[in-house]
Design a binder for this molecule. Structure first.
Ligand code: NI
Length: 168
């Protein structure tokens, strides 16, 4: 297992679209294991492959209190969604920034598991929000893109300044 470097907004690679996984093989299982280790280490509740600069449709999530319920979704699709909820979100690619985003309250998701077999789940609450947040990453979308232009500009300049400082 290995910790993977996480891309930080506004990195253009966060806007790449992830390709579907054709075959859930050892390399994909290794990627998922490394992503899980990276997520727990950060610590965060979800991570998309896009955030570690691998542009394949793989996400890992663990919203349990004791970090005992890792869920891996490969090629996830939302089959149905219902209701609306607004919650505060953050992102490992935008450290220190939290803001409110409106999402579907419940989602039915189909994906492949680590065994390559399809499964479907109904998600609500934090899990539903997290799945939608991570699936956005696979489409090249970061949660700050739901915020006002003004907020996005402020966040971008904050991160560009920070980057300039640490690389100078
Ligand atoms: Ni994120």
């Amino acid at each position: 297992m290995a910790l993977l470097p996480i891309l930080i907004y506004p990195d253009a690679r966060l806007h790449k679209k992830a390709a579907p996984v054709d075959c859930v093989d050892g390399a994909i299982r290794q990627l998922a294991a490394d992503m899980a280790e990276t997520m727990y280490d950060a610590p965060g509740v979800g991570l998309a492959a896009t955030q570690v600069d691998v542009h394949r449709q793989v996400i890992v999530i663990d919203v349990s209190e004791d970090k005992s319920k890792l869920q891996v979704f490969i090629n996830p699709e939302i089959l149905a969604r219902d209701g609306e909820c607004e919650g505060e979100e953050g992102c490992l690619s935008v450290p220190g920034i939290y803001d409110y985003v409106t999402r579907s309250a419940t989602v039915r998701v189909r994906a492949l598991g680590l065994d390559g077999q399809p499964f479907e789940i109904d998600a609500e609450g934090m899990l539903a929000v997290c799945i939608q947040h991570e699936m956005d990453h696979l489409q090249g979308k970061v949660f700050v893109e739901y915020l006002s232009r003004l907020k996005q500009t402020r966040i971008k300049s904050k991160f560009i300044k920070h980057h300039a400082r640490v690389t100078a």
